[in-house]
Design a binder for this molecule. Structure first.
Ligand SMILES: Nc1ncnc2c1ncn2[C@@H]1O[C@H](COP(=O)(O)OP(=O)(O)OP(=O)(O)O)[C@@H](O)[C@H]1O
Length: 355
């Protein structure tokens, strides 16, 4: 990453004796599409609102483009927040909704109309400017909400669950559109979401949060392929997690004994994991091969779920644990409930996790 554009330094927020955000530090580069991802109540909106200036931190600082903005009100920061589309004024036209903030700032009329045409063009809203929000589709309303935020020309756009109100298909279309727009404008976007899939799809990097803290920050591939904790591994999709009985380091790899298994395993050691602490071994269900015989872990198929594109198998292992396996549908052997099978994976598919 180049020099950070936005630095969050030891930011905390407490309400009474409840800690909503607990000493978070982050560095975000110019032009990043950065996601704050976590379950409801983990403090992601509070963190975003402190970056925007709507919430005063209990301690810590926010630096933007080299300047300490911690004490500045929202309108004096080079940030702007995109609010959900249901926050549009119902009695105003699309055009008036979009320029509302500029009118309040008393910008000259010709400047306002120039900015309106520019943003309407970018967001394909030119034909809709005279309509009222009630005469728009959900996706169109979303674009108006975005236009209203962008027309103020922020350097950082903050988006709190921007696609929360959209149905699944429109949501994925709008995600693509957001990514396209963000690249085109070259702006820094920070988005709050509790949707793992959304975060993976749009982001350059993701911060995974739990209980007011950031657990891990990284590119989607990194946090999915090399999560450092059981929580992150499970939060970002599915993972088979085994208890590690003992592990030793061997040329950058770990030689691992799993509780209940005689054969040794090899596993990757993600950056940030110490081999000396309590450890688990994780394998994603789609990285496991199933066979009828040969080397591997023996199990019995206990459940088969057909989801169209995939078949999902749940195996019962001799240790009495279960193992989930996902196969792309089509070709190859199908396995059925009651079949004795052997599961195996490449060494690279296994890696260690901390608590
Ligand atoms: N003004 C407030 N007074 C007291 N507690 C608050 C206040 N604002 C937020 N909280 C609490 O702080 C915690 C974090 O809230 P926050 O809105 O940041 O969570 P979130 O991760 O964005 O969740 P969600 O996805 O549900 O919006 C929650 O437990 C919430 O109840």
């Amino acid at each position: 990453m180049q020099k950070p554009f936005l630095t969050v330094d030891g930011l905390s927020k407490t309400y009474g004796n409840f800690i909503a955000v607990s000493g978070i530090s982050l560095e975000i580069g110019r032009g990043e599409f950065f996601s704050l991802l976590g379950p409801s109540g983990c403090g992601k909106s509070t963190l975003l609102r402190m970056i925007a200036g709507f919430e005063n931190p209990t301690s810590g600082n926010v630096f933007l483009d080299g300047a300490n903005v911690t004490k500045l009100p929202p309108e004096r920061r080079p940030t702007n927040m995109m609010f959900q589309s249901y926050a549009l004024f119902p009695h105003l036209s699309v055009a008036k909704n979009i320029v509302f903030g500029l009118v309040q700032e008393r910008l000259p009329k010709n400047e306002i109309s120039a900015r309106l045409s520019e943003v309407a063009k970018k967001l394909q809203l030119e034909a809709l400017l005279e309509r009222k929000p009630s005469q728009l589709s959900g996706g169109q309303r979303q674009r108006v909400a975005l236009a209203r935020a962008l027309v103020k020309r922020p350097k950082v756009l903050l988006l709190d669950e921007p696609l929360g109100a959209l149905d699944k298909n429109l949501r994925s279309e709008t995600q693509d559109e957001l990514v396209r727009l963000q690249k085109e404008l070259g702006l820094t976007f920070i988005i709050v979401t509790h949707d793992q899939h959304e975060a993976m799809t749009v982001s350059s990097r993701i911060a995974i949060m739990q209980s007011g803290r950031v657990l891990q920050v990284g590119a989607p591939e990194t946090v999915y392929e090399a999560p450092i904790s059981r929580y992150v591994a499970k939060f970002l999709g599915e993972a088979n997690i085994f208890d590690v009985a003992s592990a030793s380091q061997d040329h950058g790899w770990a030689n691992v004994r799993l509780s209940g298994f005689d054969t040794p395993f090899r596993a990757r050691i993600p950056a940030g994991i110490s081999i000396d602490g309590s450890l688990w071994l994780s394998v994603r269900p789609e990285r496991i091969e199933l066979g009828r015989d040969g080397a591997g872990i023996r199990g019995v198929v206990e459940e088969v779920t057909y989801t169209g594109a995939q078949r999902r198998y749940r195996l019962r292992l001799p240790t009495n644990a279960t193992l989930d396996v996902v196969k792309v549908n089509g070709g190859g052997d199908d396995f059925h409930v009651g079949d004795a099978v052997v599961a195996r994976w490449a060494d690279e598919a296994a890696h260690l996790l901390a608590e």
